[in-house]
Ligand binder design. Structure first.
Ligand code: ARG
Length: 506
């Protein structure tokens, strides 16, 4: 039986995977034709290196420098915004030709991409709330909750803190917001970025403690063997010599630039050859499976709790919507409209980042645990959909049935309990099943608050091994497995509720 159903799903599986493969090949070949205009990835949430003005213009030290390099080496630049953690995979597939992202040259990164010569000396520092007296140096971070941006050198450094709990966020502002809200005790981030934020008054509730934890040099990353690397290096050399570099440095930091080494202490590596691609891919998938399955358990747990709460809330709201007299049905209607009419992602942000910030403005501090925030957001949202399913289910039962039960002397609660609801439930099951499956997939959205469910676990693995295709394909397959399993279970449940089947079973 089980084998049969696997065979039944096989065509869908194969079709899905082939589409993914075709899409990735198309994206990879599309970018090789970039010619004289280089596509340069950047993540403009990292002031003063790259950020956007109020009118949406790109600016920052990195942007000025890249433009100067381009004009001295005679190429044009087309910037493409992308998350920091996605840049190395994008460089590997040559979706972009280079990146400017305050990216440090590290031993891990040179295994898969090639860096230009160093253009900035930097390091990771600790930020904490201005009123925190306990965190004074690296050792005092022990057993603390640390916020980091996914895929950065700060995230790497945080792993070496004993007993710490690491929360990863998609960009640096989210990390700092979590620190201001009190969701984390400290943040490890590039010192210049922290100092700049505090100086410009955007982060006045924070302070930077102790000296640098690492020494790193930023370079401009390119795909391995890129034909453009030489032009970029040439450009850096020219702007360093002709004083443009010093001018840009002074513009952003107000001081003269320090001396830069000509070569990074970490050298680019030649691409590896000889190992079978298929074998590497399989071993990568195999290695990541335990972590991903662990994440799948968290996903299931999150879905189960949220669906349970959503069912309770949704049923109540659905019934209230049917009350004959206002104002309760209006309130229920407004609830449904709000939660159905705004994106779940925005709701998650509002609850996790927005509510504590709002509370602080009114003078009291509270923080939300990530699980609590995730469950609140998911169950509030799914309650709105379930309310509609419940309402429609109840309304689909002919009014004649209510009249008949009442003429038999049943009260309205009894009518609902014994006559209407059991029949409505059977009609509600298929849409409820859909809702369950949507919720299961929507749990991936809470990755944004650093919650380590299945998708986030995948992102974290990619941030380390840069094998996006293998890992995300595995993540997709695990989700597919979970949803197929749930829909099987649901249809079995549906069948068992069918009175015809019940009779047969007797
Ligand atoms: N310098 C750090 C690193 O290389 C952080 C860079 C983050 N950059 C950004 N645009 N968000 O890992």
């Amino acid at each position: 039986m089980a084998r049969l159903s696997i065979i039944r799903w096989l065509p869908q599986l194969v079709l899905g995977l082939s589409c993914l493969l075709l899409l990735s090949i198309w994206i990879a070949t599309d970018s090789i034709a970039a010619g004289k205009t280089l596509t340069v990835a950047t993540e403009p949430t990292f002031p003063p290196f790259e950020f956007q003005s109020v009118t949406g213009e790109l600016q920052g030290f990195d942007i000025d420098l890249m433009n100067a390099i381009a004009s001295s080496s005679g190429f044009r630049v087309k910037y493409q915004n992308m998350p920091f953690a996605g840049m190395i995979p994008a460089l590997q597939t040559q979706t972009v030709d280079a990146a400017v992202a305050a990216m440090a040259i590290t031993a891990e990164r040179v295994k898969t991409i090639s860096f230009s010569r160093p253009y900035f000396k930097s390091g990771v520092a600790i930020a904490t709330r201005a009123d925190n007296q306990n965190i004074i140096n690296f050792d005092s971070l022990k057993n603390k909750t640390i916020g980091v941006q996914i895929g950065t050198t700060g995230a790497q450094k945080a792993k070496s803190i004993p007993g710490s709990e690491i929360r990863t966020f998609d960009d640096s502002p989210l990390t700092l917001q979590a620190l201001i809200n009190g969701n984390v005790d400290a943040v490890l981030n590039d010192q210049v970025v922290l100092l700049y934020g505090i100086k410009t008054g955007n982060l006045e509730k924070l302070k930077v403690v102790s000296s640098l934890l690492t020494e790193e040099f930023y370079g401009i990353p390119t795909p391995k063997g890129s034909p453009n690397l030489q032009a970029i290096n040439q450009g850096i050399e020219t702007v360093l010599k002709n004083g443009t570099y010093a001018k840009i440095y002074e513009k952003w930091f107000g001081i003269q630039p320090p001396q830069l080494p000509e070569k990074s202490p970490i050298e680019n590596q030649a691409p590896k050859k000889g190992v079978s691609q298929l074998f590497t891919s399989l071993s990568i998938i195999f290695k990541s499976l335990p972590t991903l399955l662990n994440g799948a358990l968290v996903t299931l747990e999150l879905t189960a709790i949220s669906v349970l709460l959503g069912m309770i809330g949704g049923t109540l709201i659905g019934i209230v919507r049917l009350f004959p007299t206002p104002p309760l049905p209006w309130i229920a209607r407004a609830y449904v409209d709000f939660f159905r009419g705004t994106p779940l992602l925005v709701q998650i942000f509002m609850i996790y980042f927005g509510l504590p910030a709002l509370a602080q403005n009114f003078g009291f501090t509270f923080t939300l645990n990530r699980l609590v925030a995730a469950v609140i957001a998911l169950s509030l949202n799914c309650a709105a959909y379930i309310a509609e399913i419940v309402r429609a289910g109840i309304q689909s039962i002919e009014p004649g049935q209510t009249e008949a039960s009442q003429s038999l002397g049943l009260s309205s609660v009894q009518t609902m309990r014994y006559v209407i609801f059991p029949q409505a439930l059977r009609r509600m099951l298929p849409p409820l099943g859909n809702q369950f499956i949507s919720l299961l997939k929507d749990t991936s959205l809470v990755a944004i608050i650093g919650f380590e469910e299945l998708f986030r676990k995948g992102q974290l693995i990619v941030a380390e091994n840069y094998r996006s295709f293998e890992i995300y394909a595995t993540v997709a397959l695990v989700y597919l497995f979970l949803t197929l399993l749930s829909s099987q279970a649901l249809s079995r449940f549906e069948r068992s509720l069918n009175p015809i089947n019940k009779k047969k079973a007797n």
